[in-house]
Design a protein around this ligand. Sequence first.
Ligand code: C6P
Length: 421
Amino acid sequence: MNATTETLANQTLARPNFDVDKIRADFPILSREVYGKPLVFLDSAASAMKPRQVVDTIRDVYENDYSNVHRGIHYLSQRCTDRFEAARETVARFLKVKDSDNLIFTKGATEGLNLVAQCYARSTLKPGDEILISELEHHSNIVPWQMVAQATGAVIKAIPILDDGQIDLEAYLALLNERTKIVAITQVSNALGTVTPLAQMIPAAHAVGAKVVVDGCQATPHMALDLPAMDCDFFAFSGHKVYGPNGIGVLYGKPELLAAMPPYQGGGEMIDFVSITESTYKDAPHKFEAGTPPIVEAIALGTAIDYVTEIGLEAIAAHEHDLVEYAMDQLAQIPEVTLHGTAPGKASIVSFTWKGAHAHDVGTIIDRAGVAVRVGHHCAQPLMDRLGVASTARASFGMYNTRAEVDRLVRSLDDVRTIFA
Ligand code: C6P
């Protein structure tokens, strides 16, 4: 590291109301050591750590208010139902969705995307209809569409990317036609951090009559969202990436689409009336929430959202943007490193390979220095093919990371150089 970058590393960023030390104090796990070294956790894109407030909510519900929801007339059932539905309202405010009935609790983004594929696409697509998905997609936004295409005779087409990891907008616009029925697109690439140009993509899809399914998994922790302004038809995310528990996620759908969609799971609490041979269903969201839902997880997701909202998504985005820029600058100075994904305005993720070393070796070596990154294909094999690599090392930042931790990452790579020299 040269003198200039060292000075930069020690700068305290002028962000009123954003106190990274105070935030870190809420995440006890960040103070632990691994292999006798202080942990540097750079794997929040896989799953973010949980603040004490979220853990406290989980304990509080189980110790004080726990019961099944929507089923009981007794005090605790009503109390727990109120907290569960209050969490849905919190998610609605977070996404700026007016009516929380348009929000379905799922177990994560994967379930949300599969729900759209099975309940919406499967009953509406015809042979020859086209589904557009981008080369950036996570497998959760690829495989469900393949399953639907196989079942309906629809055809999947890829929206190409440019070499820096941006969507090739021109190619996308050229792909759209009257056969395009679904555009399924991530808002932020989990492997590269690219932010996709939804403001241009969504109106263009609507202009040919297609519905747009947004995978918001990597966006919700990093940027303020306004779904009505975005005008997507469906939007899915996972609670565990936005500092909430795992086992809970949310699917948003436009009301007219949810109303027309059949449920894909039957069971308790999604029905109005059941006889031995047939049933009628409740309205959304309940018709898509068969069985006992992840009650405590949903309530604690509400706490996680309150937590990030209090800090402010704009402040979080600015802090993480600084970390990404700083990390990209530092890593670009290392001759053995190739950065993958250099699109402007990237969110929170830096992917790289090391000349002559497999990403798994890089990850294993720096892990011994206490630095946790994800290595592999990041559940984005078509993207790896497009980049011409088998795998990358990925550092992903949360609001609790610091420039000093980026420096630890960079220093830990000296060990890779030593071993592979
Ligand atoms: N990506 C990562 O390390 P689930 O597993 O349902 O919570 O989320 C799936 C998913 C869908 N879309 C995107 C863009 C994602 O990043 C993920 C999860 C993690 O990148 C784990 S594979």
